[in-house]
Design a protein around this ligand. Structure first.
Ligand code: NAD
Ligand code: UDP
Length: 319
């Protein structure tokens, strides 16, 4: 059937070959959408979307969103940005560029084609929070010149751009503040805590706790997050967010390490390494707004989600 007669919604997912993006695309394809996945494969991998290549409603374009993109779509999910501290600190200038210049390009696209656009923002906009749990009204406590600033301030500037395009140009925006998310297709070497601990346990290596392990995070399983992103894109007209998306059950990093050891049956020891600079001491989302506006809350507990994640890393072989 020629393109103009297809009834499917055409959805652009930037960063679609990454961890979250590839799961989002699976759901979009499942629900009958046509998907254009745009990714420069900096931290993503073709393996994450290999099962979709050849699907009649899926297309992949290797492209860096720091350059303008001219395509015709009905909705945009903007996820392109390295997310793990070691990756976003590898080329910090590029990290700021993807959030700022990349967002300007995607917002310009949304403006031209009059499409709604969702931004994958982050709990990092709260920095090392002095308010706990964090509500969307909290303005954050961010170091503007530290090692994490390229990511934190880049994402904060992206939020500013989204809201200014909304006020100035009437663009339909949706801003998601995503808290730590984990699951299958995380890169085994991306340095984030869940992938590190699981890979170390599967290899029988020591588990590297940075600092004394008393810092907290709240871990959301990727399927729960994807459901929230879909609901946010389809949320009522005029609902822009920002809205916290994450699992409000909080764990210390030491508790996470102990759970990984229990679930893998590993004999690994816990060892302490220095805490990276500006590492937030606590993080837990207040998700009242997501409950109210999206009728959403996460349903997958850490124990269950970790089980699926461990099975995935095992399936890769040669840990
Ligand atoms: P990821 O690194 O697996 O995915 C990011 C994707 O963006 C990769 O496929 C990468 O190749 C691509 N990319 C990077 N720069 C690009 C560019 N200039 N042009 C095109 N593509 C580019 O990370 P993820 O965990 O899937 O994160 C996805 C999004 O969600 C990111 O924007 C991230 O900031 C946000 N987020 C994730 C988490 C989390 O815990 N996973 C938490 C908060 C926010
Ligand atoms: N962390 C750790 N050991 C590791 C990797 C991370 O103790 O091998 C800690 C890290 O210092 C932080 C928390 O785990 O306090 C979460 O780190 P991650 O990089 O996953 O994400 P962040 O929430 O810091 O962006």
């Amino acid at each position: 059937m020629p393109r103009e007669y297809s009834m499917a919604r055409r959805v652009l997912v930037t960063g679609g070959a990454g961890f979250v993006g590839s799961h989002l695309i699976d759901r979009l394809i499942e629900q009958g959408d046509e998907v254009l996945c745009v990714d420069n494969l900096f931290t993503g991998a073709k393996a994450n979307i290999a099962h979709l290549l050849g699907h009649p409603r899926f297309e992949f374009l290797r492209h860096d969103i720091c350059h303008p993109l001219f395509v015709e779509v009905d909705a945009i999910f903007n996820l392109a940005c390295p997310a793990s501290p070691i990756h976003y600190q590898h080329d910090p200038v590029q990290t700021t560029k993807v959030s700022v210049i990349g967002s300007i390009n995607m917002l310009g696209l949304a403006k031209r084609i009059k499409a709604p656009i969702l931004q994958a923002s982050t709990s990092e906009v709260y920095g090392d929070p002095t308010q706990h749990p964090q509500t969307e009204a909290y303005w954050g406590n961010v170091n503007p010149i530290g090692l994490r600033s390229c990511y934190d301030e880049g994402k904060r500037c992206a939020e500013t751009l989204f809201f200014d395009y909304n006020r100035q140009h009437g663009i339909d925006i949706k801003v998601a503040r995503i808290f730590n998310t984990y699951g299958p297709r995380m890169h085994p070497a991306d340095g984030r805590v869940v992938s590190n601990f699981v890979m170390q346990a599967l290899r029988g290596e020591d588990i590297t706790i940075y600092g004394d392990g008393s810092q907290t995070r709240s871990f959301c399983y990727v399927d729960d997050l994807v459901e929230a992103l879909l609901r946010l894109m389809d949320s009522r007209d005029g609902f822009t967010g920002p809205v916290n998306l994450g699992n409000p059950v909080e764990f210390t990093i030491r508790e996470l390490a102990e759970l990984v050891i229990e679930l893998t049956g590993a004999r690994s020891k816990l060892i302490q390494l220095p805490l990276p600079s500006d590492d937030p001491t606590q993080r837990k989302p207040d998700i009242a707004l997501a409950r109210k506006e999206l009728d959403w809350e996460p349903g997958i507990a850490l124990r269950e989600g970790l089980g699926k994640t461990i099975a995935y890393f095992r399936s890769l072989g040669n840990p």
